[in-house]
Design a protein around this ligand. Structure first.
Ligand code: OAD
Length: 255
């Protein structure tokens, strides 16, 4: 349980005019039932990224890749945002200078936002790794938009086809070996210029996301980590525990 002494410095800094930036990873969705990537039951313990999450894997076996994404989409579709997502959604309304960067593709931050309808993309969330609820034409055909929402669960036919050209579609996520959208990286870098930077539920080893913690610290932010385990992140304050309990405890201390 979080003691007031542990979090008092953070709470003191969460003022109405503070520029607050939060970076989330898979751990924030763990209490919702979404598996993380690393750790005991992590996805990368049971599946090989190179056979499922690279453009080469898709080119080799699109059916296998889509079976895995279709399974994940079915699983995530049954998950609800937890207390951690809800606190962050309330902070995005409470603090005018609040920004949220996520590595997650599950859409649970958007679901938690009262303004957005379920799983809809919210402009407030900086999504570094895309969305599992978006797809793209594999051939980038001229008739299709760069990406579009597709909530079909499960797909009646795998691999699913582009409604515009009939070729394959692919998940709208960033795969290993692919570049992140430079505009989104720029937005995240700008968000790292803040007064308080809180990293939540990430192993802090995948870049560029992990690098934003250092950027924020170098620019003078007070840095905080919320995670039951220690990570390589260098922070001013480490709060050890689940986001679903720590965030509501901090929220309860705000005046
Ligand atoms: P990881 O699976 O690497 O790390 C999850 C972190 O969440 C670990 O540090 C856990 O200790 C922590 N954790 C577990 N339960 C928690 C809880 N209840 N509350 C808070 N923290 C908890 O996930 P990410 O760091 O998000 O990339 O992984 C980064 C990227 O690597 C992912 O976006 C994905 C993956 O490969 C792509 O797919 C491109």
């Amino acid at each position: 349980m979080l003691s007031q002494a542990q979090s008092s410095e953070l709470v003191r800094r969460l003022t109405p005019d503070a520029r607050i930036t939060v970076l989330t990873g898979a751990g924030i969705s763990a209490a919702s039932g979404v598996p993380t990537f690393r750790g005991a039951d992590g996805l990368w313990k049971n599946f090989k990224p190179e056979t499922l999450a690279t453009p080469q894997a898709f080119a080799r076996d699109p059916k296998l890749v889509w079976e895995w994404y279709d399974w994940r989409r079915q699983m995530i579709a049954t998950c609800e945002p937890n207390a951690g997502h809800h606190v962050l959604a309330s902070w995005s309304r409470r603090f005018p200078n609040f920004r949220l960067i996520t590595q997650n593709v599950d859409g649970l931050h958007e679901s938690a936002s009262a303004k957005a309808t379920a799983r809809q993309a919210s402009p407030g969330v900086i999504r570094l790794h895309g969305s599992i609820w978006e797809v793209m034409c594999w051939r980038r055909c001229a008739a299709s938009p760069p990406r579009w929402r597709d909530d079909t669960v499960p797909y009646p036919q795998i691999p699913p086809r582009c409604p515009h050209c009939g070729d394959l579609i692919r998940p709208g996520v960033v795969w290993f070996g692919e570049a992140l959208d430079p505009e989104i990286v720029d937005r995240a870098e700008a968000a790292a210029d803040c007064d308080v930077f809180i990293t939540i539920g990430t192993s802090a080893i995948v870049y560029p996301a992990a690098g934003f913690i250092d950027v924020a610290r170098r620019r003078g932010a007070y840095t905080v980590e919320i995670n039951p385990e220690s990570t390589p992140a260098v922070v001013n304050l480490a709060l050890r525990g689940g986001a679903e309990t720590i965030l509501p405890a901090i929220d309860a201390q705000l005046l």
